[in-house]
Design a protein around this ligand. Structure first.
Ligand code: AHM
Ligand code: MG
Length: 336
């Protein structure tokens, strides 16, 4: 019988290799995997009732909260409160930092996460996901204050996501390679299915919400023009799921680019730096790809708020460079 490597076996090996002495990082990642299995189990039942639909609240983003947004966030809180593994949680679903007072004296890490990414897909049985990044607790800062996490993404020590699609897939990196695992639902365990993922240097697909195109910097519009059917270089297909995790997963495996620019109403776009853009940028770079806000490397941006947003261009080196090149042209020239 073929030996299948479990996530736990893999974590112990990988974390020790890239983060020597990082046992707690492996334990946090294993705990995240368990939390996500719980979320996935609930998602599989959602059509049957108790967590379907909206909760009736509006979150800090001004967005309506699905019951599953709330549930997924609670699962994370329950898994980590009292675990002694984390000092601080930062979540899309919590306006303030969640400080684990009892755990902080011994816990060395902070977790930033989006518990239910793409939740507008919930109503249509579309793909959704969870995004996460682990940061080392910054010593000497007053804990429980947002400033505690105002560090660039280069300070992340691990990042990953879980995609709840037809299969449930967990992808993580701890500073070395990026690896993917598929949940065997009969066994209840993640097994290695995508070892050492490398993002192709270029792809054949791009991913963006084109309904917002009118408000974008002309450089983005020119990229779309060039690669549309009527354009001069008809080599790309458009793919857009509307859940960042799912769109990113496709780009990671097949190459190409995802972008969510700013526009006059939302100059920084929609996606949040701490628990969406920075974790995926960490993975993209580790897999040989790139992530920028159009001009600056995402991993070097320093947040000045828990829920700050950033434009995001993420994917294969070739396409990210191409967009950056178009953005640096003058608006007049770039409309060509
Ligand atoms: P969410 O985390 O509240 O679900 O919002 C983020 C989602 C991303 O997953 C996705 O890329 C984006 O919003 C889609 O936005 P739009 O509907 O404007 O295309
Ligand atoms: Mg999200």
């Amino acid at each position: 019988m073929d030996h299948r490597l479990t996530l736990t076996q893999h974590l112990l090996r990988e974390v020790e290799e890239h983060r020597p002495g990082g046992g707690p990082i492996a334990a946090i990642l294993a705990e995240i995997a368990t939390a996500c299995k719980e979320i996935r189990a609930e998602l599989a039942e959602v059509g049957l009732g108790r967590l379907a639909g909206m909760k009736g609240d509006v979150n800090v983003q001004g967005e309506e909260v699905h019951k599953l947004d709330w549930f997924a966030n609670e699962v994370f809180r329950e898994h980590f409160a009292g675990s002694g593994l984390l000092c601080t949680l930062v979540s899309e679903e919590m306006e303030q930092i969640f400080h684990l007072d009892d755990d902080c004296p011994r816990a060395q890490y902070t977790l930033c996460y989006d518990p239910m990414d793409g939740s507008s897909n919930l109503d249509v049985d579309g793909a959704v996901g969870t995004i996460f990044a682990i940061r080392r607790k910054v010593e000497g800062r007053a804990h429980g204050r947002p400033e505690e996490v105002f560090e660039p993404g280069t300070e992340q020590v691990a990042a990953g996501y879980v995609l709840y699609g037809p299969q449930c897939i967990l992808v993580y990196g701890v500073g070395g390679d990026v690896h993917g695992f598929t949940l065997d639902t009969a066994v209840g365990e993640f097994f290695l299915s995508h070892p050492q993922i490398r993002m192709p240097e270029r792809g054949r697909e791009y991913s963006a919400n084109l309904s917002r195109l009118d408000g974008w910097d002309p450089g983005f519009r020119r990229f779309v023009d060039r690669h549309s059917q009527q354009g001069r270089e008809t080599t790309y297909s458009l793919r857009y799921i509307g859940a960042l995790v799912a769109d990113f997963h496709r780009v990671l495996l097949r190459g190409g680019v995802f972008f969510y620019p700013g526009d006059p109403q939302n100059p920084s776009g929609k996606l949040r730096l701490l628990y969406e853009a920075a974790p995926l940028a960490f993975l993209a770079e580790a897999a040989g790809g790139a992530a920028t806000d159009g001009r600056r490397r995402i991993l070097e941006l320093v947040p000045d708020g828990l829920h700050v947003r950033t434009p995001l261009v993420i994917g294969s080196r070739h396409e990210v460079d191409a967009i950056e090149g178009l953005l640096t042209e003058t608006p007049a020239a770039s409309m060509g």
